[in-house]
Ligand binder design. Sequence first.
Ligand code: TRP
Length: 454
Amino acid sequence: MQTRILTGITTTGTPHLGNYVGAIRPAIEASRRNDVDAFFFMADYHALIKSDDAARIERSRLEIAATWLAAGLDPARVTFYRQSDVPEIPELTWFLTCIASKGMLNRAHAYKAAVDRNTETGEDPDAGVTAGLYMYPVLMAADILAFDAHQVPVGRDQIQHIEMARDLGQRFNHQHGREFFVLPEALIEEQVATLPGLDGRKMSKSYDNTIPLFAGGSKQLREAIMRIVTDSRAPGEPKDPDNCALFTIFRAFASEAESEAFRSGLLDGLGWGQAKQVLYERIEADVAPLRKRYEAFMADPAAIEVILQEGARKARAIAAPKIAALREVLGLRPMRTAATSMGRPDPSPKAGRAPRLSSFRDADGTFRFRLFSAEGEELLLSRSFADPKTAGAMQKRLKSLGADGAMIQTRALGMVLEIDGEIVAKTPDYRDEVARKQALGQLRDALDQLAARD
Ligand code: TRP
């Protein structure tokens, strides 16, 4: 089975070397693996939480798309799209909002940090805090759950958001008695380098210490590298490679052998100016061919638009049926179906319509099946079977039981079906005793109809 990996990039900035080494390059490498099904998207709804500068958001979306494509992302292999092109995401956000506890959101780091800052300065705790910032983790959970992502590569600062996505997915699954959502895991790449920036702290937009990846061309790349802070050792004095940003950045691009050569150079007293030139040339060797592609994409936004539209189509082909199924279980159904479940069964079931069994492969690779009534309502969900043969044999048994041969017991808000003393399937949970009784009637009818057909 393929692992679905999904990650989003907030479109507020211009990609820098740290993004390239820490996120873009490893993500694209992973996307080339055969056992990976990769989803990368531009989180432009999240960008609206951070910025109201339309021109900046527009520019950032273009730069980020061009950067990922230039860096080797293959849109035929990867599902590459904009969050704002997938209306199922905000729809799911609302569904999840309705089960998210306010207490959980109160504990989200970004919101808490804003409140703490306000409290320190004697402001009202929520001064300047938008509901968008507060809801940030729910939107992110929808990004992930809409696609049943298994793994989400993120920085450490995002781990809490992945845990909240799990929590929301689990809550929904539990409430509805089946595995609607895959519960995602954060993927923290331990061996991927975090690059130091110009001042030696982590390279980050928020510290204003970044080295641009493509923007400004080779000239700006060189200028930025020349501004990296070093100590005051003169040429000829040995330098300490293990405590120097230059060497850390160099290593993120170079082979072992190249790094060893650079290390001895520093130990032998290479001047900082020369060392920076060596670093510049090494990075430029990797970046120059990508920059050429980047510039070609930047000059042709319409070509990127076509790629992203196709990505949105692929993304929606997965999210739309999922959201449709959720609407169904939440009670947002066509009127006819709703009337049936309110206790007014279709007076004349159409000829040829019969209860049906439907097999599927669960996210964890096991085999299960469902029993639907002639009206298409779910009556039973089977337990997991390790192989399709056992699942098939159990369906056969179920078909031959008939209502009187079936051992049905109530459990909590639903019912379970036992065969040979083992629980084989369970019903959904029902609102109340009346609904459960009615469902029992439907289940017995369906079992009789199945048995009569066999
Ligand atoms: N919040 C993430 C960040 O700032 C971006 C993001 C939005 C994301 N939605 C996501 C990352 C879904 C992974 C999965 O880095």
